[in-house]
Design a protein. Structure first.
Length: 218
């Protein structure tokens, strides 16, 4: 039998028949997840669902030093958040490949004047992640981006192996939600920079080193 259930009060299910009552409760929670508009309620529903279907795990993180432990813990938390995001909205080929694929969509945008300049800025921005990843791996970013651009989906560049391959099969993936958020946030910051009157930037080493931002003055 089940105790009284409230918004912040869990249900304790005990059934001799095994999964009958639990199955009904799982269906009820899934319906609650679909019906609620509250992120808080959805999160609590998901926690209850995970406990009922056996989706709860405890990960113990150990390290030789406190600094190493904090870094490892941060990586584990990043992995957990990425996994949750992937469950919510699915996955895309990683390594900047998904953003690079979006460049083809810009070819259909008919723009002129300042808008055309904006489209070209977005085009270059979509290529930047792949180019930077390739550069970090010791490769020519422009060459890699061009190869990936011509490859068939979901093929891309695996920086770990240095091979162009099916990134889904290789396990090189990004959560769709993360890719969308990164692009949205980048556009928001770019818009803020274009409409602000002043920006503060860090200069390089030495007195004679000028800011590298175009149009900036010291």
């Amino acid at each position: 039998m089940a105790e009284e259930v409230g918004e912040a009060k869990p249900a304790n299910l005990q059934s001799r028949s095994g999964s009958a009552d639990a199955g009904k409760r799982v269906a009820q929670i899934r319906k609650g997840i679909d019906d609620t508009d509250s992120e808080y309620d959805r999160e609590k529903f998901q926690e209850r669902l995970a406990k009922l279907v056996g989706g709860v795990a405890v990960v113990s993180v150990g390290a030789a030093t406190e600094a190493e432990m904090k870094q490892t813990k941060a990586r584990m938390e990043d992995a957990l958040h990425a996994t949750r995001a992937a469950v919510e909205e699915g996955i895309l080929p990683g390594g900047g490949t998904a953003l690079l694929r979006c460049v083809k969509g810009l070819d259909e945008v008919k723009a002129k004047g300042d808008e055309k300049i904006g489209v070209e800025i977005v085009r270059r921005a979509l290529q930047s992640p792949t180019k930077q990843i390739a550069k970090n791996a010791g490769q020519d970013g422009s060459v890699v981006a061009d190869e990936v651009h011509r490859a068939e989906d979901p093929h891309g560049y695996n920086a770990l192996t240095g091979v162009y391959e099916d990134l889904f099969a290789a396990g090189v993936i990004d959560p769709t939600k993360v890719v969308k958020s990164a692009l949205t946030n980048a556009a928001s910051i770019a818009g803020l920079m274009l409409t602000t009157q002043c920006l503060v930037t860090k200069t390089g080493e030495g007195e004679d080193k000028l800011p590298t931002v175009a149009g900036a003055v010291r």
